[in-house]
Write a protein that binds this ligand. Structure first.
Ligand SMILES: Cc1cc2nc3c(=O)[nH]c(=O)nc-3n(C[C@H](O)[C@H](O)[C@H](O)COP(=O)(O)OP(=O)(O)OC[C@H]3O[C@@H](n4cnc5c(N)ncnc54)[C@H](O)[C@@H]3O)c2cc1C
Length: 472
């Protein structure tokens, strides 16, 4: 290691790894320090239950990664990353045994909403699809780390997306499309009536039509391992089992980039109350299952989808989100996001067996056990589910926070995705990656474009860092 590095990155989640890679690609010397024994943060894979069952403790479905302008510009396939696509990106089954679906095909998706809403759905998404790559790059670079390439399309997207998702879904006459959209918004734990939540739903839908919602062959760890291997090939060094508690723990460098929560950064760098107004959102309660066979969904579409959303209608989903985020209680009927990677990737479990995960929203810091409520929901849509369970590993807010310091109180978005904080995080500032110290930067999902495995916060932060490195 040189006596003075160009950049030190703290935290090897997708954003920290991407920031490190972007800097190393431009010839800067980079070292990365990670608290846990392996790289990955929210993109890891572990045998959490039984031997041979490879679980993703955090991210598993990757609409944002496969559509990420940052990842698409990196040679990650050369380092072992392979995207595997389930027949359907997502299904949303209903209690009557039917399902709405998010398919690669706009037509199939529209048809699943029923004849009264098929046309409205087509009119909503089709104008954006030919321009999707530019649009994705433009809004994932907000606030203006790059000038928009297509400001007109970005403005049209903003007009539709900035109001609450409940306004957007008024164009649908039936509950099927509204429910599926409500579920999409809940992926980032945003309240359905919140500012810019229309954009959240639209992004997930457009991402499905453009490139799908794949899983990574072998598990999400493959994304992180590919980034780390590329970084090392570029000359960067990776140090695991190294928790950073103070800036003095780090080697001398011209810039420091933190893939941490704002609160942790303030503690480590001595920024006092700089981020005191930053708000954390609800937590989640997650269960990883080893199953004796596939999930016995009643709706046939759900058997071929990588992701399955569980919520009877938009009111039930809104009530579950409200209970966890505003009412300080766990919902009686939780809204569930579930992922079954085995429908696309046979390497996750021994022959004939499956891994499967499900989580529901709970208040920040909640210490109860949501297992029974989650399994009652699953049994509604997949009778006999419990009989397939070989083993389960549960993690509520305390366990999630212990596994990853960024999940403060179990908030897997590292900060509430509500109000202006959905877009303007971690502070109201045109320079979200800058901090009170000119050589210290923040790049975690507490910065735009927010949660998810896409590396774009790391990519955008790296731009701010290399501008500084070239000036000093
Ligand atoms: C249960 C769950 C399910 C999810 N599902 C999906 C999904 O299907 N698809 C999707 O796109 N996203 C999903 N996500 C969200 C996604 O995982 C995160 O948004 C993403 O990982 C954020 O990336 P990041 O780099 O900002 O931070 P993280 O991935 O959280 O990484 C931060 C890293 O920094 C390290 N660190 C923190 N403090 C220190 C310190 N002081 N010293 C050293 N190291 C430190 C941590 O150990 C961690 O490795 C899920 C998350 C969870 C928890």
């Amino acid at each position: 290691m040189p006596s003075m590095l160009d950049a030190v990155v703290v935290g090897a989640g997708p954003n920290g790894l991407t920031a490190a890679v972007e800097l190393a690609r431009r010839g800067f010397s980079v070292a990365l320090f990670e608290a846990m024994g392996t790289v990955g943060g929210g993109a890891r894979t572990e045998e959490l239950t039984l031997p041979g069952f490879r679980h993703d403790p955090c991210s598993a479905a990757h609409p944002l990664a496969v559509n990420s302008p940052a990842f698409r510009a990196l040679p990650l396939e050369r380092y072992g990353l392979e995207w595997l696509h389930p027949e359907l990106p997502m299904a949303h089954p209903f209690p009557d045994g039917t399902a709405a679906v998010l398919s690669r095909s706009v037509g199939e998706t529209a048809a699943s909403f029923g004849p009264r809403d098929a046309g409205a759905y087509r009119r909503l998404v089709e104008p954006f699809l030919p321009k999707w790559d530019t649009l994705a790059r433009d809004f994932m670079s907000l606030p203006l780390t790059a000038l928009p390439r297509d400001p007109v399309t970005l403005a049209r997207f903003g007009l539709l997306g900035l109001p609450p998702s409940t306004w957007l879904t008024r164009r649908f006459r039936d509950e099927r499309a509204r429910t599926l959209f409500a579920g999409l918004v809940a992926h980032v734990m945003a309240p359905l009536g919140g500012f810019a939540t229309g954009a959240v739903g639209l992004v997930f839908a457009l991402a499905a039509h453009a490139r799908g919602w794949p899983v990574a062959r072998g598990g999400s760890q493959a994304i992180s391992d590919a980034l780390a291997a590329y970084l090392e090939d570029l000359g960067g060094s990776v140090h695991t089992d190294y928790e950073v508690k103070r800036l003095d723990d780090l080697p001398p460098a011209r810039a420091y980039v933190f893939d941490t929560s704002p609160t942790a950064l303030a503690r480590i760098a001595g920024f006092g109350s700089h981020y005191a107004n930053y708000r954390y959102g609800p937590g989640v309660f997650k269960i990883d299952y080893a199953l004796d066979g596939p999930v016995p969904w009643t709706a046939p579409q759900a058997r071929t989808a990588g992701t399955v959303q569980i919520g009877a209608d938009s009111d039930e989903i809104a009530a579950a989100l409200r209970a966890a985020s505003r009412e300080g209680r766990a919902p009686d009927t939780p809204f569930l996001i579930t992922v079954q990677p085995g429908v696309a990737d046979p390497t996750r479990a021994p022959a004939g067996k499956h891994v499967f995960w499900a989580y529901g929203h709970v208040p920040n810091g909640w210490t109860g056990d949501l297992t029974d409520a989650i399994e009652r929901q699953l049994e509604r849509y997949a009778p006999g589910f419990r009989d397939r369970v070989l083993a389960r590993a549960t993690a509520g807010p305390p366990e999630l926070a212990a596994r990853n310091a960024n999940y403060v109180g179990g908030d897997i978005a590292t900060g509430a995705v509500s109000g202006l904080q959905l877009l303007l995080r971690p502070k109201l500032s045109p320079f979200p990656y800058a901090t009170p110290h000119p050589a210290v930067f923040i790049c975690s999902s507490a910065t735009p474009p927010g949660p998810g495995v896409h590396g774009m916060s790391g990519h955008n932060a790296a731009k701010a860092v290399w501008r500084r490195l070239r000036q000093t």
